[in-house]
Write a protein that binds this ligand. Structure first.
Ligand code: PMP
Length: 382
């Protein structure tokens, strides 16, 4: 065959000339803009890198790992899962824990195992923008129901939505991204008591809450269909390490083991995460300060006349702006990157170092002073 017969058979082929799965046509890759900006407050990371001591231990662990990089890593990541179980407590053991490249991948495993054609995932909006993508990629149906006016959830709302949608899996995010609002364990308990659906509680930001031990993990012994998802990307300051995990009944972990790719978690990833866990006091040392800084930031935002959704996390939603994109751009022009996400008139900012936050306050004050950006016509949080 000659290339001439196939006009698209060369490197200049475009996506619309390829047999892309129909549901992917027109889709964009997900992701917050990764811009080279002085102050990045857009991806809810911990602004403090690992200390020199921890970095040295990580380097030593990688050197040791590199001696056997010709071999595949431990497919079951047993050492890491043991360490994660110890970190979580609640009487959990290695069989209760599953780990993968970020909780993004953990959730993809959960949906690959329990979602799929004919199955439906339910979430409560506004919420984390990756959820519909997990559903799409695993061919699962996806339905959403709005949160209450103050962006919280109660059992009545969730159970009503489950009744109405007949969803097979419900995702409860607490603290919720992007609102920062929490769902009490008592509410999760009531939901679990009254549904056969799988209940996935995404506790990515749990360590930042006022009472981190107040976790759905406590319910695991009673509910075999409950899954609690966590990550090392946020409080643990290991976003670049890509480690997320879940805790659940061993049968749930077995289901994830069926769908994961073999050797999905690289040896260096496992080694770095284990060093981080061995130094957990140090890795988590800034969490209390970040939590306090987030409360102070919310107070400051209110003082300058903005509406703020009360957040229990390391980020918060603030508004309302007549044109939020103009405000986002104004901040960017002043070297501060926040996130344009969530309800229409709001922006999300996460807590950085005190210097980052000073730059943010200065930039926002200047944007507000430069033009009439605030919409003062509406009250309440929505
Ligand atoms: N869940 C929520 C609610 C998140 O906000 C994020 C990250 N933004 C994740 C999960 C994914 O985190 P990671 O894949 O880094 O573990």
């Amino acid at each position: 065959m000659t290339v001439g017969q196939f006009p698209t058979a060369d490197a200049s082929i475009t996506l619309d000339q390829l047999p892309l799965r129909p549901e992917l046509v027109g889709e964009e890759p997900y992701g917050a803009p990764q811009l080279d900006v002085a102050v990045c407050l857009n991806t809810n990371e911990n602004p403090y890198p690992p200390s020199a001591k921890v970095r040295a231990q990580m380097a030593a662990a990688i050197e040791k790992t590199a001696r056997s990089l010709n071999r595949y890593p431990d497919r079951e990541a047993i050492g890491l899962r043991c360490d994660l179980a110890k970190y979580l407590g609640f009487g959990l053991g290695v069989d209760n824990i599953w780990a993968a490249n970020g909780s993004n991948e953990v959730m993809t495993h959960v949906l690959s195992a329990f979602g799929g054609p004919g199955r439906t995932v339910l979430t409560f909006t506004p919420t984390y923008s990756m959820y519909p993508e997990y559903a799409r990629n695993t061919h699962s149906g996806y339905v959403t129901v709005p949160r209450k006016q103050d962006f919280t959830l109660d059992a009545e709302l969730v159970l009503g939505a489950l009744d109405e949608t007949h969803a097979d899996l419900v995702l409860i995010t607490t603290p919720n991204n992007p609102t920062g609002t929490t769902t009490p364990v008592k509410v999760v308990e009531e939901i679990c008591e009254h549904t056969d659906a799988l209940v996935v509680v995404d506790e990515a930001y749990q360590e930042f809450t006022e009472f981190p031990e107040d976790s759905a993990l406590a319910l695991l012994p009673r509910f075999g269909r409950l899954i609690v998802s966590r990550t090392m990307s946020k409080a643990f300051a290991l976003a670049g390490g890509r480690v997320g995990y879940l805790a659940a009944a061993p049968a749930i972990v077995d289901a994830c083991r069926i769908v994961r790719l073999p050797y999905h978690l690289s040896a260096p990833t496992q080694a770095i995460a284990r060093v981080a866990l061995a130094n957990r006091a140090e890795m988590l040392a800034q969490v209390a300060a970040l939590r306090d800084a987030c409360q102070q930031l919310q107070e400051w935002l209110r003082r300058v006349g903005l509406e703020v959704v009360p957040s229990q996390s390391n980020f918060c939603l603030f508004g309302r702006f007549i044109d939020r994109h103009a405000v986002w751009q104004g901040l960017l022009d002043r070297g501060v990157l926040v996130r344009e996400t969530g309800p229409d008139q709001f922006l999300r900012v996460c807590v950085g170092t005190p210097e980052d936050l000073a730059r943010f306050r200065e930039a926002l004050t200047s944007v507000i002073a430069a033009s009439d950006v605030l919409d003062r016509s509406q009250g309440g949080v929505r």
